[in-house]
Structures are given as structure tokens and as C-alpha cells.
Design a protein around this ligand. Structure first.
Ligand SMILES: [Zn+2]
Length: 132
């Protein structure tokens, strides 16, 4: 009976806090820049209406802004979550975007405003990758 309760508790915690009980599959020192949905950061993509605009994997921009969004190289699959110290409380945030200059050890973090992106600037931080 106790075992059943423990299993149930673990299942409930896993559902309520996805990722919390999952160990990172790897960590590395990343070269992390920041962007926002503006024309300076996104060029022609910024001209698309916010109602229909999505990230590279089709996530609505409003959802990406609400939940956080990371642009990563193609070697990191969409949906992979990465915990970046200083971004969104260091919680694992999903990769939903790509970028022409985002290669190798680079990551790009989505912020709601250009000022917030500028404030981040570029940082070299050790990140934890949580593969699905
Ligand atoms: Zn911007």
C-alpha cells in the first residue's frame, strides 16, 4: 500500500512539475545571446502579423513569449529543454527556434522586449540540456 502511494505521488509530481525529476542529459559552456520579436532582431520575420507569426517549429509567438523560448542549432531537437542560469529563473525552457548565426555552442534566448534582450547581451554560462 505504501509503495502504491509513493508511486502515485511520484506520478503526480512528475505531471505537475515536468522536468523537475529528470536529470539533465548533459551540460556545456554555451555562448548565449538574446533576441526579441522586433525587426532589429528578426528582420523580415518581424513584419509578419503577431496573430499568425510562429517560431521555427510552429509555436505561436505569444506562447513562446509566455513560456520562454530558446533558439538552438539543428543538432538540438525542437522540444529539448535547456536550463540557462539567469533566464526564466533557471528553469528548463524548450527549444522552439533556429537562427542563421546560431551554430556550435551558441544559443539565443527570446525576450519580450528589445531592452531586455540588450540587457542580457552575450553571456558564457554553463547550461543543462534535458533531452525528451
Ligand atoms: Zn529586438
Amino acid at each position: 500500500m505504501t509503495r502504491v502511494l509513493i508511486i502515485a505521488a511520484v506520478i503526480i509530481l512528475t505531471i505537475r512539475f515536468p522536468g523537475v525529476h529528470v536529470r539533465p542529459s548533459r551540460s556545456y559552456l554555451a555562448n548565449v545571446s538574446a533576441y526579441c520579436p522586433c525587426e532589429k532582431c528578426c528582420g523580415v520575420w518581424a513584419l509578419i502579423d503577431d496573430d499568425v507569426r510562429t517560431t521555427a517549429d510552429g509555436t505561436p509567438i505569444a506562447v513562446a513569449l509566455r513560456d520562454g523560448c530558446i533558439a538552438a542549432p539543428r543538432t538540438i531537437a525542437y522540444g529539448t529543454r535547456i536550463a540557462v542560469p539567469g533566464y526564466r529563473g533557471g528553469k528548463p525552457i524548450a527549444v522552439h527556434d533556429r537562427g542563421g548565426a546560431i551554430r556550435g555552442d551558441k544559443l539565443d534566448l527570446l525576450f519580450p522586449t528589445h531592452n531586455e534582450a540588450l540587457r542580457w547581451g552575450r553571456r558564457f554560462v554553463r547550461v543543462d540540456v534535458y533531452e525528451e
